[in-house]
Each structure stands twice: as C-alpha cells, then as structure tokens.
Design a protein around this ligand. Structure first.
Ligand code: ATP
Ligand code: MG
Length: 192
C-alpha cells in the first residue's frame, strides 16, 4: 500500500472516553482508547510531543504491516485494527498541540504486565524485604521463559527481529502468555 492509499484508508475513530496513558518508551506513547483497544502514537525521541501525521504515518504503517504479518503467522502479538485519526483533545493537555487531529495505530489492548517487571529477580531488587514472594513466583518465571522462547522462535522464522527484550513484551497472568510488542524495527523475511 503506498502512502496515498494509506492516507485514504484513515478514518476518524469514534470514541467517547478521554484517553489514559498505558505506557511509553523513547519513541511512542500507547493509550487506552476504550473497547479493549489501545492506540500507539509516535513522539519525538525522549520528548512528550506527538509527531506530525506526515512523519508518523510511514512509521505506524510499517509497524501495522509487521504486526499483521506476525498475527497471521500465529505469533502472539496484539491484533492490529488499523491506523485511525483522533481529535487532539483526547490526549492529556501536556502533550496536546495546535493541530486538530493526530494518527494512532489501533490494536488489541493487552491486559498484562511488562515481562521485565513480572520477573522475580526484578522483584528481588525492588522489594528485598518480600523475598518470600520470589519462591511463590517461580512458577510464572518458567511460564514466562517458555512462552517467550516459543514466541521468539516462531517470530524469527518470519521476521528479522530487532530490539526484542523483556521490556518489549507483556505477560498476561490468567493464560500465562507472553505478547511481543514494539515491532517497528522488525523486517519481514520475504520468501525466495
Ligand atoms: N497493545 C498494548 N496493550 C497494552 N499496553 C501496551 C500495548 N502496547 C504497548 N503498551 C504499553 O506501552 C509501552 C510502550 O509501548 P512500545 O514499547 O510499543 O513503545 P516505544 O518503546 O516507545 O516504541 P517505539 O520503539 O516503537 O518507538 C509498553 O511498554 C507497554 O507498557
Ligand atoms: Mg518499547
């Protein structure tokens, strides 16, 4: 899909809720937009302001393509729903600027915890006095490692992986599953 077709496919997302920040990294913020969905918006490196649509679009589009590919190939990633335009007023006042709208990559919201935070050794350093929890938490450490290894193994068959680490993975406790996120530096391995 070229940029102008992508542009034409962008629709205004109907939403009532004010967006709540789910998390952020160096280059993006991810918001809860209601209905079990999340929207990823691109920002300037280590800044809070959102990138203009013309520079964010190719980046969002690339990540959407990679997510769709991984999802179709059975890798555990948030299901992508498309790129939508949102009113700027949905963002917290601190990140709003004078534009009317911004673009976001809409995907399934994962109700999980960062793998980095869910790992017991992390707990140990954070909460030394509660070291007893480490033993109780050991079973899910094994689940995390197993699920992580399984998903990475599936992913590396279909993509060139970049920047994959425990900070770019979410763990859901009920089904003990790791979801890989933040795949915008990945590349699809084309079949010869
Ligand atoms: N689908 C999702 N559901 C719930 N939370 C999410 C989802 N995607 C991302 N998050 C949260 O938002 C944080 C930032 O997301 P992400 O890692 O994609 O951004 P980033 O590191 O700034 O990205 P990029 O490297 O693409 O610029 C994550 O660490 C996680 O806490
Ligand atoms: Mg990240």
């Amino acid at each position: 899909m070229n940029d102008s077709t992508a542009q034409a496919a962008i629709r205004q997302y109907p939403c009532d809720a004010q967006f709540q920040l789910l998390g952020s990294g160096a280059f993006a913020q991810v918001y809860d937009i209601g209905n079990g969905l999340a929207a990823k918006v691109k920002k300037y490196p280590d800044d809070k302001f959102i990138k203009p649509n013309n520079s964010a679009l190719p980046e969002l589009k690339h990540e959407e393509t990679i997510l769709s590919h991984l999802y179709e190939m059975g890798v555990s990633v948030p299901k992508p729903e498309g790129i939508f335009s949102f009113p700027m007023t949905k963002l917290p006042p601190g990140v709003q600027d004078d534009r009317e709208e911004f673009y976001g990559l809409v995907m399934q919201k994962i109700n999980g915890q960062s793998v980095q935070k869910a790992m017991p050794h992390n707990w140990f350093f954070n909460t030394r006095t509660r070291s007893g929890s480490i033993i109780r938490n050991l079973p899910w450490t094994r689940d995390i490692e197993a699920s992580w290894n399984q998903e990475i193994k599936k992913a590396e068959v279909v993509c060139q992986i970049a920047d994959a680490h425990y900070g770019n993975a979410l763990f859901t406790f009920p089904d003990r599953k790791v979801y890989l996120i933040d795949v915008d530096f990945w590349k699809i391995i084309e079949k010869q």
